[in-house]
Design a protein around this ligand. Sequence first.
Ligand SMILES: [Zn+2]
Ligand SMILES: [Zn+2]
Length: 364
Amino acid sequence: MPKQDYYEVLGTNQGADAQAIKTAYRTMAMKYHPDRNPGNSEAAEKMKQVNEAYAVLSDEKNRSLYDSYGHSGLEGYTQEDIFRSVDFSMLFREFGLGDLFGGVFGASAGRRSRSRRGSDLRYDLEVTLEEVARGVQKTAQISRTSRCPGCSGTGAEVGGRIECSTCRGTGQSVRQEIVDFGVVRQITTCATCGGTGAIITGPCKTCDGIGRIRETVEIKVDIPAGADTGYAIKMTGEGEGGESLPGDLYIVVNVLQHPVFERQGDDIFLRQEIDITTLALGGRVQVPSLNGDVDIDVPEGTQPGTVVKIPGGGLPRSDGYGTGDQYVVVKVVTPTGLSRSEKELLERFQKLRRRSEHDGDEQD
Ligand SMILES: [Zn+2]
Ligand SMILES: [Zn+2]
């Protein structure tokens, strides 16, 4: 199949100036770009022709060869020779179109920025229930890497750094690759200098040329009253040091299991053993609370499993308004190790009880 005239492909003519050629190319790209014609192989083929036509006509030397000799003027030119002069990814971005090349640009750019920022750190901080009841300031011992203070992170002593000749100090290596739709320029980190753009000839003595040091720092952190397990406090810039920005530090609260209290949200539960006579006769019982021991009233005839509420005896509510409650769940202790006279009393009590139950039955 004879090759179509490049001017025709772009829908323009030989008299068009560089701007007019670009405008014509833009019109075609908007029409045939695969983003706008998903799965349409005809459009894809057309896009390929349009790209080739633009690659030739936007380059002064190639265009004059084409103008003088037609397609034969470019005989012996490889696809790569033709496409070398155009960065299609840049053009498409300018037109607001996708870059066609499977996100090569996006992917490599993302990798670069991730590697430059330091990693985030997580530190689990254990606190007691009493501590979170009031809020507490704790000290966290964080072991992390930081920018070396001896060389400000360059890894080189003064004058111990030369520009990388592979990438001429840019830290990037540019690779061109022919793909279906033209040439894609792939930017990767320079392998010679690892992206720093420099070669170290005299390494820093503090960090042995690494640019970062391992350090342990103490960081004070305020745990707010009412915090529960899983509560996280973000400390910006306190994570691992990176080539550019340090990462963040997340302090994650872990409230330790309490020996007597059981936490349920903002409320606390206490299972309290009470002797059988107090439950039967009623009385005051001292129970532990988050604010020290308190007295509660046990009414006459209290059954096991009864719940006595101490209003405001819980933790500050997580929304900041008010306080949870304490609930005392009554448990019975059966007396053991009875003395002779205690036994006699209980036996007497038992007899009286049986008699009154019997009398009660008769009355029914
Ligand atoms: Zn250093
Ligand atoms: Zn380099």
